[in-house]
Design a protein around this ligand. Structure first.
Ligand SMILES: [Zn+2]
Ligand SMILES: [Zn+2]
Length: 315
């Protein structure tokens, strides 16, 4: 299974501002030394050694993740503005994809912004399967795709579209991959997905306010979370913010670390970054999350990283 991250932000898109770009350039100028510029190899070495908040950006698009199954089926998790990055990549690679399986966690704008501009929906040769736990999903979509919010309506989609309303406990099979889901605590409700393919397990649990109940080793929690290879988890807040924004429906990175460790998950990817957080703050959060992970008792080998646009993970 291959996982590609195309959108990482929560709530709203966050393009890099001119001021932030200028700050990165200034930092590079202050760090570079004459020896770094001797030849191409020394330049590349200098760039590779720069701190990530200077060298790059985690990205500013909202939630969208691509999963390629072992049989190369295309599964998309959420349709935030990261969907445009997915499409750019597909167009650039000239890959012809005639079937998409799109799984929605919920219908907040940051998970749906990409829908009206997703060009395969305007192609009659393409089949698109949508999956949602909301019985009125199709109605919500057509309301979203209507005046005055968008100039063309739902009818303008010419692709073959199927809606699958997920039933409680339902497990779907797409070739070798099986996909299940579980409800999460979030305003208006949201769901997490688990994809199992070739004995590898990835979980996508964004827009989740972790609470005591989630840490309990209930049969449901154990069967869904225990021993996953990867969890992409909501980590929008610091612990202070999580207290101040109690019941806003998101988790702190510390809770995400504790939760993933509790269920013996091998890798945690911090996700749904707060739109107010700069690259520097996000790198600080990553370092703090790694420190917490290493200091907790009964240390496991869990790896902690932060979701960055363009990241690719092979499980
Ligand atoms: Zn969100
Ligand atoms: Zn949400």
């Amino acid at each position: 299974m291959i996982i590609r991250i195309w959108g990482v932000r929560g709530s709203s898109p966050v393009p890099l501002s001119p001021g932030e770009l200028q700050k990165k350039i200034n930092a590079v100028i202050n760090l570079v030394k004459p020896d770094d510029l001797i030849n191409d190899a020394s330049k590349q070495r200098f760039l590779a050694n720069l701190p990530p908040d200077i060298r790059t950006t985690v990205g500013g698009n909202t939630a969208c993740i691509e999963v390629r199954t072992a049989k190369n089926r295309v599964l998309l998790l959420d349709m935030g503005t990261g969907l445009r990055e997915f499409e750019k990549h597909r167009i650039h690679s000239s890959e012809k994809i005639d079937e998409y399986h799109i799984f929605l966690t919920h219908f907040h704008y940051d998970h749906l912004h990409g829908l009206p501009f997703f060009s395969p929906l305007y192609n009659p040769q393409v089949q698109v399967h949508f999956y949602s736990s909301l019985p009125l999903a199709e109605k919500f979509f057509s309301q979203f795709m209507a005046e005055p919010y968008h100039p063309v309506g739902w009818d303008s989609f010419t692709a073959k579209i199927d809606f699958h309303i997920l039933q409680e406990g339902e497990q779907m099979q797409i070739d070798s991959a099986s996909i299940s889901w579980i409800p999460r605590v979030h305003p208006g409700g949201a769901i997490a997905y688990k994809i199992v393919d070739n004995d590898r397990i990835m979980i996508y649990s964004t827009d989740t306010q972790l609470s005591e109940k989630d840490f309990q080793k209930t049969p449901q929690n154990l069967s869904f979370f225990q021993g996953a290879d990867l969890i992409i988890h909501d980590a929008q807040y610091t612990i202070d913010e999580a207290i101040a924004k109690y019941d806003w429906g998101h988790s702190s990175y510390s809770h995400a670390v504790g939760f993933a460790r509790e269920f013996g998950i091998k890798k945690l990817l911090l996700f749904h970054h707060d739109p107010m957080n700069s690259d520097t703050k996000l790198e600080d959060i990553l370092q703090s999350a790694r420190l917490l992970n290493s200091r907790l008792k009964n240390s496991t080998d869990m790896e902690v990283d932060i979701a960055r646009e363009g990241m690719e993970i092979e499980l």
